[in-house]
Design a protein around this ligand. Structure first.
Ligand code: SF4
Length: 371
């Protein structure tokens, strides 16, 4: 007998083919990876590499760079060589840049079939060049640039239209024996997007790159992406994700990582379990939670720290966490692994929590629990 096992995930992953984007495997049993895209001019090699370094430091695993001009195409080989993470060239309109990106050693190339004129005629050559170089292709269908033929057929960018566009392009590659493909079907409406990916997932075994396109400013975009990715990932759909925000790309990575951690698809790092406060609170919970978050920022170990405003739920939650505080009467009871280790005055709560967190983190690192 004993306690029933608590499920740690929501669904099994959909079985997809695995492709290799440089050093990062995408699909199959590979962990869901987080991507972002640079906002610099790609031709400005120094600025682009600087931003890639920042993205890498924030936990980004694959980076995409735009390639709208010949100068950008010329910069690709240096960027691909010097980047710490795989670089995907993002190509719209000009098939010649697809070849340039493959020649430059990019880890993959994203093409938008709706935007590349005479793309259908070029597929044979692209399939051959990409196949020879071992470069995967992302077929990136976007609601805003859907193939004119499909727009006419469906009237607007419906899930069916997005999926038909993607699978049509994939079939052109398949005719030439090329299946080193991943697919995205992005839409700015999470409901349309989720339905599109569900249909796509049922109709092919290619790995899927999830994205809500033009999701908006940070707050709205974060919610839209979390809701849409959450729905899909909880059904096992999705192999790599990109959160699109009108905000610096490192923010996108932060949100993407947090989404994966929330779903247990990535090992959780620091987690602050703080109460929303209420009329019973005997301490300024917001301030305390902010101060503890700031004090522990950057900690890589999966530490759960509870910050509770009173003794009603406080001790219970604080006991469930690795470390916690329950406040009351101008004091804080500090818990470590369920035991009250000390009671300190309110003014000492933050420094005591940080001190204890560092001790636990050190022990976790010694025990090899670090993510
Ligand atoms: Fe309110 Fe206490 Fe619960 Fe915080 S822990 S929400 S202060 S009852």
């Amino acid at each position: 007998l004993g306690m029933p096992a608590v499920p740690t995930k929501l669904a099994d992953r959909r079985v997809s083919r695995q492709i290799q984007v440089g050093s990062v495997a995408v699909g199959g049993d590979a962990p869901v990876s987080v991507q972002s895209m640079t906002t610099t001019r790609t031709s400005d090699i120094g600025a682009t590499l600087q931003q890639i370094a920042e993205l890498t430091a924030s936990g980004c695993q694959i980076v995409r760079v735009a390639c709208p001009t010949q100068d950008d195409a010329d910069a690709l080989s240096t960027i691909a060589r010097k980047s710490q993470i795989p670089v995907i060239a993002d190509i719209h309109f000009q098939p010649k840049y697809v070849f340039a990106a493959i020649d430059a050693g990019c880890a993959a190339v994203r093409v938008n079939p709706g935007n590349i004129k005479q793309f259908d005629d070029k597929v044979k050559e692209i399939a051959r060049a990409a196949g020879d170089a071992g470069t995967p292709i992302r077929i990136g269908v976007n609601a805003g640039s859907l193939d004119a033929r499909l727009l006419q057929k469906y009237g607007k960018a419906t899930p069916e239209a997005l999926v038909e566009s993607a699978l049509w392009e994939a079939s052109l590659f398949e005719e030439h024996g090329f299946r080193d493909i991943k697919i995205s079907v992005k839409h700015n409406d999470p409901v349309v997007m989720v339905n599109a990916y569900r249909q796509l997932a049922a109709q092919c075994d290619y790995p899927l790159h999830l994205g809500v396109t033009e999701a908006g400013p940070a707050f709205q975009g974060t919610i839209k992406s979390a809701v849409a990715f959450g729905a899909l990932l909880s059904e096992g759909i999705g192999d790599t994700i990109r959160v699109s925000l009108s905000a610096p790309p490192a923010e996108e990575v932060k949100v993407g990582l947090q989404i994966l951690e929330s779903l247990n698809l990535k090992q959780r790092r620091l987690e602050i379990v703080s109460c929303p406060s209420c009329g019973r609170a005997q301490v300024d919970v917001y301030k305390l939670a902010d101060q503890v978050s700031a004090g522990l920022e950057g900690m890589e170990v999966p530490l759960r720290v509870a910050v509770m405003g009173c003794v009603v739920n406080g001790p219970g939650e604080a006991r469930e966490a690795d470390l916690g505080v329950a406040s009351g009467n101008g004091k804080g009871q500090i818990f470590v692994k369920g035991e009250v280790i000390k009671t300190v005055p309110e003014s000492k709560i933050v420094e005591t929590l940080i001190e204890e967190a560092l001790k636990i983190a050190e022990q976790m690192e010694k025990d090899g629990v670090a993510s």
